[in-house]
Design a protein around this ligand. Sequence first.
Ligand code: BGC
Length: 417
Amino acid sequence: MKAITRLAAAVSLASLIPFAAHAGEVEVLHWWTSGGEKRAADTLKQLVEEQGHTWKDFAVAGGGGEAAMTVLKTRAVSGNPPAAAQIKGPDIQEWGELGLLTDLDDVAKENKWDEILPKQIAGIMKYDGAYVAVPVNVHRVNWLWINPEVFAKAGATPPKTLDEFFAAADKLKAAGFVPVAHGGQPWQDGTVFEDIVISVLGPEGYRKAFVDLDKDTLTGDKMVQAFATLKKLRDYIDADAAGRDWNTATAMVINGKAGMQIMGDWAKSEWTAANKVAGKDYQCLPFPGTQGSFAFNVDSLAMFKLSKEEDRKAQEDLARTVLGSKFQQFFNQNKGSIPVRLDEDMSAFDSCAQQSMADFKEAAKGPGLQPSLAHGMAASSYVQGAVFDVVTNFFNDPAADPKKAAQQLAAAIQAVQ
Ligand code: BGC
């Protein structure tokens, strides 16, 4: 070997050594398995791999994440948790109490997380005063997705109120479209119900019901009205809705079979993946009657204690990457959400995301900003499960009585507290 070649080989080897010495593995549990969600998750994988680490994908299909949480519990009980798992809201506290989560304060201090994150969100990520999770994004739950071409064909107008919503649904139905694309799964029923509750009770009433769990609000006239509205919606979904995945429902709107979908903005990831343009091929409207409110759903990766030093290093790099600008831009443009760092430049985002960011900031000034119950931000998973049971049973029973349902709601919540 010529001297110069030997030198070059030595230099390149030397530059590889520190890199290789730190390379670890990160196993990440999530439920981002739809076409659009996967594109978003892949951006994280790529950024982690670029740092020399190995990404071990631990994807558990199932919208809303119920199946993923069941699998996570099994893994954790057997003493083998992944490096990171998508765990949200108050559940982070429960995992913290079990003593399984690791302290991320060094990375947090070094990267000024306290300064770059909205206060309401930073608090959720901490257990006992220390960061144990890193927030990924902000999803808005109270959205209505519309196919404008279908609306035009049916002579329907994009609705701003619940009355206008049902008027539009009637027109869509008369023109032979499925008015509302829906997937009959408890978490999807719960998502729709949550939006109706914000619309009928307003953000403060919503808070009393699903954050304070106030019995009078849960059984009050407005809650009865919310159930009556949900019942009315039954007439506008198709006969095959039972068990349908949310992204299949989104596809019905994209393909022009259905006129609208009530869903959080992860639905936008499907439109983006189908190369559809916000404001042109589809419209995003705040769910009718919830203008000024923002039901937030923050995806976050909680980090588990690990034994190997190099895996810990990889885990810290993952945490650092998530709040870095590159990831915040790429991931969220694909995921349908907005950056959790409010200082991010929004110019490369579509009009729905720009509206979402503006609405988030506006809602945060008053009572409009509320945690999503259906997506694990407002209460424990036990309360969430209790609400899903009552709502789904009600929605599936054509003879169900709204007044009784409100009583059942309060009783079911009380039973799990
Ligand atoms: C999660 C989103 C996900 C959606 C559908 C929500 O609970 O926060 O990240 O895209 O469920 O699976």
